[in-house]
Design a binder for this molecule. Structure first.
Ligand code: AMP
Length: 282
């Protein structure tokens, strides 16, 4: 596995792969890798001839007072995990490399970033869209793989790739969960034992709404109340949003017709966690 820090070298390496006729699969991450990340890499191995992973904790997608400084990092462990998954190139640029002095260009995706995390984290998706555009320009992947854990992010990147005529196929992968249902996240690492216990309620709330949906309920009000009631049982959980949204546009819906995304964001202590479930007619 080649570890590359410079943009110039990364561009040359991916150009060389393309010259060999290799289809490049790309998995961008912020590191502190877990099984969720690894599942994306396995998909990358399957669909591409060469697998490139990036680790970059992107400062522009963190708001003031968010966890940029304390975001967990362990590059040596991440390198080993990437090697184990057969990653060909690990791209680990510095912040200075990606945002040199006098940097001033940002990518704004409009409507799809308005709701959900776009409301609670102003500027977040601008940072995400900007760094992903830059990474796509540097790596020039044929296929890029993202997790449905960050469902709105996936929708934003699909929109971005389409709107800016990028020659990349964006693939979404299902959420990888712990055995008790908690969606894997690098941020789970922040939780105390008690908070970790409380975090189980998030998936329980999603499951509860899905159960009621599967019994035939279609009203957003009723479905969301079911989910909220499960969250309310746990005093450590402070819900930020519990919403039903259209899977493509992320517009809120009053009723589920064919399918919709039930998305939850909560705070547990200082930690912000998100999760979602797809409600789809069987
Ligand atoms: P992050 O390092 O948190 O920025 O995540 C990098 C990529 O991994 C994103 O596409 C995430 O959606 C995806 N990801 C994170 N957690 C999970 C998970 N539990 N299951 C599947 N994909 C995930």
């Amino acid at each position: 596995m080649k570890v590359i820090e410079s943009i110039k070298e990364m561009k040359e390496a991916s150009q060389a792969l393309r010259a060999e006729g290799k289809k490049i699969a790309f998995v961008p991450t912020m590191g502190y890798l877990h099984e969720g990340h690894l599942s994306l890499m396995r998909k990358g191995r399957e669909v591409g001839d060469a697998l490139i992973v990036s680790i970059f904790v992107n400062p522009t997608q963190f708001g003031k007072g968010e966890d940029l400084e304390r975001y967990p990092r362990d590059i040596e462990r991440d390198k080993e995990l990437c090697k184990g998954e057969g990653v060909d190139i690990l791209f680990v640029p510095s912040v200075r490399e990606i945002y040199p002095e006098n940097y001033q260009t940002y990518v704004d995706v409009e409507d799809v970033t308005k709701n959900l995390c776009g409301t609670s984290r102003p500027g977040h998706f601008r940072g995400v869209a900007t760094v992903v555009t830059k990474l796509f320009n540097i790596v020039r992947p044929d296929i890029a793989i993202f997790g449905e854990k960050d469902f709105q992010q996936l929708a934003v990147i699909k929109r971005l790739a389409l709107d800016l005529n990028m020659d990349v196929e964006v693939i979404g992968m299902p959420i990888f969960r712990e055995s008790d249902g908690l969606a894997m996240s690098s941020r789970n690492n922040y939780l105390s034992q008690e908070e970790r216990g409380a975090a189980r309620s998030i998936y329980r709330a999603l499951r509860r709404a899905k159960e009621v949906f599967d019994e035939g309920e279609r009203s957003a009000g009723v479905l969301l109340n079911e989910a909220r009631r499960v969250l309310e049982i746990c005093p450590l959980i402070e819900p930020e949003y519990v919403k039903l949204a259209d899977m493509g546009t992320m517009e809120y819906v009053d009723r589920v017709e064919e399918e919709a995304l039930l998305a939850i964001a909560v705070r547990i202590g200082k930690t912000r966690l998100i999760d979602n479930i797809i409600l789809r007619k069987m």
